[in-house]
Every structure is written in C-alpha cells, then in structure tokens.
Design a protein around this ligand. Structure first.
Ligand code: CAA
Length: 264
C-alpha cells in the first residue's frame, strides 16, 4: 500500500498482510480532532478494501496513544452544533464498518476518546506503563465515544462506574489484569509494536473468509443473548462450508500439508 499524504497519521506495511496506522499529532499528544479522524477513517477504508491486507494495527507514540478527543475543538460546541453535525458519529466507522481485525497497540496515554478508540479495536495490546482512563468528568462532560458501554462490558459495572465517576486513571498492568488488554507487553514501544505486528501477521496468514467470519461472530456476543448468539454462530459456521478455504484447510490437514489459502 503506497503511503498516502496524511497530516495527522502515518501508514505503512511492516509485514506482508499487515496495515499499520500510527497516530502522529505529537504536539497535541495525538488528540483525536475531526481532521485526524477523517484521515484515520480514510486509511482504515483503504486497508479494508486492499486485498493484500489481512489485519490492521492502530498505534501512537511512546508517550501517547491518544490523549482524548480534541478538547480545544469541543470547547465551543453547543448542543445544536453537536447534534446537527452528529459530532463524533464518524468515530463509529471503525466499529461499524471495518470487518478486518484491528489491533490497538497502546503505549503512554490512552485517555477519554483515546481509551475509547483502543476499546473499539478487536484486540488490545499495551505496555505495563500505559495510562488509560475516562477523565471526561473532570472536564464537566461524559465519555462520548462508547466508553460507558465498552469499558463496562470489559471491567464490569462497579469498576466502570468508579473509573468514569472519579476520572481516575488505570495502568497498562491493570488493563491486563482486568482483561481490557489481551496482552501486556514487557518493554517499550518497540517491543509492543513487534508483538502487535506478529499477531497481525499470524491473523493475516489465515483464510480471509474465516477471519471475517470469526470476527463477526465474536462481535455478535456483545449485542445478542447467548442463545441467539450461538444460533447466529451456527448459521455463519454453516455458511463457511461454502468457502473454498474450508475445503483447502481440511484437505491440507488430512494430507499433513500446509494450507495455501485462496481467500475464497
Ligand atoms: N485535546 C487537545 N489538546 C490536548 C489534549 C486533548 N485531549 N491532550 C493534550 N493536549 C495538548 C495540550 O493542550 C498541550 O498543548 P499546548 O502545548 O499547545 O498547550 C499538548 O497537548 C501537550 O499536553 P500537556 O502539556 O498537557 O502534556 P503533559 O505531559 O503535561 O500532560 C496529559 C499529559 C496528562 C495527557 C494532559 O495533556 C491531559 O490531561 N490531557 C487531556 C486528557 C483528557 O482530558 N482527555 C479526555 C478528553 S474528552 C474526550 O475524550 C471526550 C470523549 O469521550 C470523546
């Protein structure tokens, strides 16, 4: 993928099949302004539509994944202006439209909207010293990009209430202990990114059809009851018998060979 000319993000392909997006607005600790999100969504849609890409990573700098929505942009908003422009709605592009797996690699601050962006991703890796939190209450507002819903599902109601009502931060180490992060990576930004790239590369090496199906069914668990969720899973499982890759994968197993996926 040829790097596009962005002002607030960088894109690259660190390994075949892996699309990396680095939030790059260092002067504002990667505060998630509307222009930044426009670029992020553009990069996500390019990777989503790029046949070569099988998994996506979003990361920031050593100091900040993202220090929140842009407070200076939000300060003058009124109810009417926010409502009419559907402020923050474009943030849902990631959770609603991106079907390829997205890994958040979090070092430094992931506060407010930064924490919410990380929680929107499918898999979260962080350093032990990463700083998460929903500090909106200190600004006289509340989480606006899904934090009240996703953090609550991740840590349970009591802890989410405590975090959101006090605005207290939690560490990467705690994120690991509470299951917010899939892995807490020893070391700094380089080790973190290497681990995320390795995982993204593993995922990108599987059948694209199976990967899309797996992400879709896991996500349904967040919205459906167990019985409907299991029924939905079974329908998708049945559907995947219609893919070439199911035949390729199971035949290769029987023949003790490595499957060569067709992505069909
Ligand atoms: N929006 C806009 N600018 C931000 C920002 C944000 N969320 N976070 C940091 N910046 C800017 C600062 O204003 C500062 O810019 P100037 O040099 O022009 O003053 C620059 O980034 C560096 O920040 P600091 O000097 O504050 O750096 P620090 O190391 O002393 O502190 C910090 C770091 C603790 C993260 C601190 O910057 C901070 O508290 N940031 C705000 C965190 C926050 O409240 N986030 C939630 C935003 S609300 C939200 O996200 C709503 C939602 O749910 C969608």
């Amino acid at each position: 993928t040829a790097p596009a000319a962005y002002e607030n993000i960088l894109t690259s392909t660190p390994k075949p099949g892996v699309g990396l997006i680095t939030l790059n607005r260092p002067k504002a600790l990667n505060a998630l302004s509307s222009p930044l999100f426009k670029e992020l969504n553009d990069a996500l849609s390019k990777y989503e539509n790029d046949e070569e890409i099988g998994a996506i990573i979003i990361t920031g700098s050593e100091k900040a994944f993202a220090a929140g929505a842009d407070i200076k942009e939000m300060a003058p908003l009124t109810f009417s202006s926010a409502y009419k422009s559907n402020f923050i709605a474009p943030w849902s592009y990631l959770s609603s439209n991106v079907r390829k797996p997205v890994i958040a690699a979090v070092s430094g601050y992931a506060l407010g909207g930064g924490c919410e962006l990380a929680l929107m991703c499918d898999i979260l890796y962080c350093t032990a010293t990463a700083t998460f939190g929903q500090p909106e209450i200190k600004l006289g507002t509340i989480p606006g990009a899904g934090g009240s819903q996703r953090l609550t599902r991740a840590v349970g109601k009591s802890k989410a209430m405590e975090l959101i009502l006090t605005g207290k931060n939690f560490s990467g180490k705690q994120a690991g202990e509470w299951g917010v992060a899939a892995q807490v990576i020893e070391g700094g930004k380089d080790e973190l990114l290497a681990a995320a790239v390795d995982t993204a590369s593993v995922i990108a090496g599987y059948s694209r059809v199976a990967v899309l199906g797996a992400k879709e069914v896991v996500n349904k668990s967040q919205d459906l009851g167990v019985r409907e969720g299991v029924e939905f899973e079974r329908r998708v499982f049945h559907a995947i018998f219609g893919s070439r890759d199911q035949k390729i994968g199971m035949t290769a197993f029987a023949e003790k060979k490595k499957p060569e996926w067709s992505n069909e």
